[in-house]
Design a protein around this ligand. Structure first.
Ligand code: ADP
Ligand code: GLC
Length: 499
């Protein structure tokens, strides 16, 4: 540690964080929230983070004091430059590096999908380009004389960065690869190897080859100095065939360089006391005011105004999230007097399932298909309970927002859900620590039983109130996790100094 402390006195450690999403600029899921929140959380620990992100349409206009810090007329055959700037004028504003390569990123529509709903065919090349540039910055630095100490790659879109850096020469820069979701692996045909400037010599078990294809995620897992994922429970799950999605062997191989650091939530954005998106602001000692949000939400969706619990879902509608199981149990939920508001979009069959359920039970079930940040806040504030019946969940953020907003989370016992919600079993209730309900296995029967338990708890107002207060006080901020990332960075730098 001593060497590092000495350096720290000279300047803050520098991190290049590389990702395809960054809240509030561009978001499809929790990856954006986490990548967007890390810079300020790490600044509090003395680390300066710059985030490298594709310049999707409109993003360059959002930069304050833009400045070109790198350019080339041949990034995988296209013209490209990096524009540095800040998100706003404040001193502490996050530093951004936008990779402006029009042929790759200046496209309308989703950042990953074309109008036909399928992945853009050149996704492997687009994100390999991002990773290639990340390695270039780490190796050679930018024209404003900035070069990182740590290159931190998030998910498959940045997975090739550690591999490219190894190829180019690390020059003392240590690499971290974070798995947010192993279901997305960035597979590409082997024929792309030349185009992506990847060496044939690493197209094997010890490199980026995965069943005859290039895997960007596997590349990162093999070549990063350290791997993290976003909850301790998911660390153990990933090493098993049931959760590893074919990469469990790689995870086991790298097991001594792998750890879990739980995500946090941005307490400035998710704070029911100050939330501008909700009608009635409240805190753990002003919980009666939450009721106004519940009635407002029911009114907005023309649900019956009743005393029954209002359940909420804010989610991508995919198999991962287990919401097909909720469709199966919905008749019981309605029969018992529960109401449900769903906000989400995704798989067509799930979208249709919820739309149909709402048209059958207009007084009790409502669905908004789409993406709506402000509405999501109104749901957390209005709901009595947030449902997260995921089949797997690396961390999950909505159960943490739910805790903050006193909407008791009902979650599957998996990944980060298991690590953040304390099940209201008899012992936990007696000990005064329960904050929600967990269920396992992830089946319709177990979900239905858990919803039954939630109704029982809701029928005991004093206990319910105590659980809400406790949930709202449960620490879900970034401070502990930022410390864990900082300690990891420090230890990696110490190692690289010893080499
Ligand atoms: P994942 O990243 O797997 O989708 P997380 O729970 O980590 O799951 O993060 C999801 C994030 O996206 C949360 O911030 C959640 O509030 C948000 N979100 C998901 N769907 C919607 C939607 N339809 N409208 C608004 N926010 C949404
Ligand atoms: C992924 C996971 C989710 C996690 C998020 C941020 O999208 O599905 O569980 O919270 O990444 O790490």
């Amino acid at each position: 540690m001593t060497g590092r402390k000495h350096k720290k006195a000279e300047r803050a450690g520098r991190v290049l964080s590389v990702a395809s999403e960054f809240a509030p600029l561009v978001k499809t899921g929790g990856l954006a929230d986490v990548v967007g929140a890390l810079p300020s959380a790490l600044a509090a620990e003395g680390w300066q983070v710059r985030t490298l992100l594709p310049a999707y349409p409109g993003l360059l206009d959002r930069l304050v004091s833009p400045k070109v810090v790198w350019s080339s007329d041949d990034l995988f055959g296209v013209e490209a430059r990096i524009v540095a700037g800040k998100l706003d004028k404040s001193d502490g504003a996050p530093g951004l590096l936008l990779l402006d390569a029009q042929q790759f990123f200046a496209r309308e529509g989703s950042i990953y999908l074309g109008k036909d709903g399928r992945d853009w065919p050149d996704n492997p090349t687009r994100f390999a380009a991002l990773s290639f540039i990340a390695a270039e910055i780490a190796h050679a630095g930018l024209s404003d004389r900035w070069r990182p100490d740590i290159l931190h790659a998030h998910d498959w879109q940045a997975g090739l960065a550690p591999t490219y850096l190894k190829q180019r020469g690390t020059r003392g820069v240590a690499t971290v690869m974070t798995i947010h979701n192993i279901a997305f692996q960035g597979l590409a045909p082997a024929t792309l190897m030349g185009r992506l400037r990847l060496p044939q010599s690493r197209f094997n078990r010890d490199g980026f080859e995965f069943w005859g294809k290039i895997s960007a995620l596997k590349a990162g897992l093999m070549d990063a100095d350290w791997i993290t994922t976003v909850s301790p429970t998911y660390v153990d799950e990933l090493a098993t065939p049931a959760f590893g999605m074919g990469l469990d062997g790689v995870i086991r191989l790298r097991g001594d360089r792998f750890s879990g650091i739980l995500n946090g939530v941005d307490l400035n954005v998710w704070n029911p006391r100050k939330d501008r998106s909700i009608a009635y602001r409240y805190g753990p000692r002003k919980l009666d005011d939450k009721r106004g949000n519940t009635d407002a939400l029911a009114g907005e969706f023309k649900l019956e105004i009743s005393e029954g619990p209002l359940f909420g879902v804010v989610s991508r509608l995919t198999r991962q999230k287990g919401l097909d199981l909720l469709l199966d149990t919905l008749p019981e939920l309605v029969e018992r007097g529960g109401r449900l508001v769903v906000l989400g979009s995704g798989d067509a069959d799930l979208e249709e399932g919820f739309v149909e359920a709402a048209s059958r039970n207009p007084d009790h079930v409502a669905v908004h298909i789409g993406y709506d940040e402000a509405l999501s806040h109104r749901i957390f504030a209005g709901a009595d309970c947030i449902l997260v019946p995921s089949r797997f969940e690396p961390c999950g953020l909505t159960q943490m927002y739910a805790l903050r907003y006193g909407a008791l989370p009902l979650v599957a016992r998996t990944g980060g859900l298991a690590d953040t919600v304390i099940d209201a079993n008899d012992a936990a209730i007696k000990a005064g620590v329960a904050t929600g309900i967990q269920f396992s296995p992830t089946t319709a029967e177990a979900l239905s039983a858990a919803i039954g338990r939630m109704f029982d708890l809701y029928g005991k107002p004093a206990l319910w109130r105590r659980m809400q207060e406790r949930a709202m006080k449960h620490p879900v901020g970034w401070s502990e996790s930022a410390k864990a990332y900082a300690a990891l960075y420090e230890s990696l730098l110490d190692e690289s100094e010893l080499l």
